[in-house]
Design a protein around this ligand. Structure first.
Ligand code: ADP
Ligand code: MG
Length: 328
């Protein structure tokens, strides 16, 4: 099933003086999907998001939303809403008034806007906090309010810039589940910027991997993780060994490599350097002549059936279909 192309970026470019932050990217983001824009710090994720939101001017290229060119439209007229990294709530306004703020600007009367604000607070599980001031809330609660405030404009695209990075690890995972639920309930598109591959894999229907202002790969999470197209993606998404040299590099998932104490045709000899027990898996780091240091992730049950010792000689094999050719 192909969904309608809700958002199209066409040769979208952002330069700041001499720095090209976003380099002529072409990308379609289908309607009603959870998309993560993933990449290391400085690769151009926020610049891309801010151009979509209209908070940053476009240096060249176009942004098309539902067939209309929105490149130069004011932020409030694009059908998008942005949730900022710092939640930027008004400290002197109650939670309800913070959420209702944009409706007040539009001239919606008090009773109507407060009713809508309370409905959205209910949606983000904050119904009982409406009368508090922002500094009487925890970070996680402030974030829910910021979400409600962004959603009250009824956007068809919600833009989130590193929305979970300020939360502690426990809350981060809880909010992750919440964001996923919200997106499915609302059926609108979420475009979520993150530098965390775990976050992107856990949340996204669609991952776009950026590197130095360009898109390296995009696709469903399983595809990006299973079959990275470039060495950059394989290293950034993690969980892969890179084999071979120059133009013939391959990526093989660390959990698809098999470790044996006996050799077999085509097996790669190695020596065990380190063993790291991680609960459900055990990561065995080995030294090879052909490919340097590699990691083999073995399920705990399988590992303890055949444990290895540091310094031991072992042999690595993998199935041909688990080796993915990387673009030169
Ligand atoms: P990311 O969100 O992926 O970390 P950004 O889009 O914030 O990346 O930044 C991309 C590049 O553009 C970086 O090199 C950054 O230093 C530069 N940059 C971002 N904003 C500005 C700005 N307002 N002025 C000058 N350079 C900027
Ligand atoms: Mg950023």
């Amino acid at each position: 099933m192909t969904k309608a192309a809700a958002l199209e970026l066409i040769k979208l470019t952002k330069s700041y003086g001499g720095t090209i932050a976003v380099d002529a990217i072409n990308q379609t983001i289908p309607d009603g999907t959870y998309t993560c824009l993933l990449g290391p710090s400085g690769c151009g994720k926020s610049s891309t998001l801010r151009m979509i939101a209209g908070h940053e001017s476009v240096s060249s290229g176009d942004i098309i939303h539902n067939g209309a060119n929105i490149t130069d439209l004011a932020p409030a007229r694009r059908g998008t809403a942005m949730m900022f990294q710092s939640y930027a709530l008004f400290p002197h306004l109650s939670v309800v008034d913070n959420v209702a703020f944009s409706l007040k600007m539009k001239g919606v009367d008090k009773a109507a806007r407060q009713k809508q604000a309370r409905e959205l607070l209910d949606l983000v599980d904050m119904a009982t906090y409406g009368d508090r001031l922002p500094d009487q809330l925890s970070g996680g609660q402030q974030q829910r309010v910021a979400l409600a405030r962004a959603l009250i404009t009824k956007p068809s695209i919600l833009l989130l810039d590193e929305p979970l990075s300020a939360l502690d690890p426990f809350l981060r995972i809880r909010m992750r589940t919440e964001l996923n639920r919200l997106q499915r309930e609302l059926g609108i598109s979420f475009i979520h910027v993150t530098h965390s591959q775990d976050e992107a894999l856990a949340l996204a229907d669609h991952i776009i991997v950026m590197n130095r202002g360009k898109i390296e790969q995009d696709g469903p999470p399983q595809e990006v993780f299973d079959a990275p197209k470039t060495e950059f993606v394989a290293r950034f998404i993690g969980g892969h060994n890179i084999l071979g040299a120059d133009k013939r590099k391959l990526a093989v998932r660390t959990d698809r490599m098999l470790l044996a104490s006996e050799t077999s045709p085509g097996a790669m000899p190695a020596k065990v350097l380190a063993v790291e027990y991680l609960g459900t898996i055990v990561n065995v780091t080995v030294q090879t002549i052909e490919a340097g240091e590699l990691t083999v992730s073995v399920g705990d049950t399988a590992y303890f059936r055949n444990p290895v010792e540091i310094g031991q000689s072992v042999f690595l094999t993998w199935k041909p279909e688990d080796a993915h050719q990387l673009a030169a």
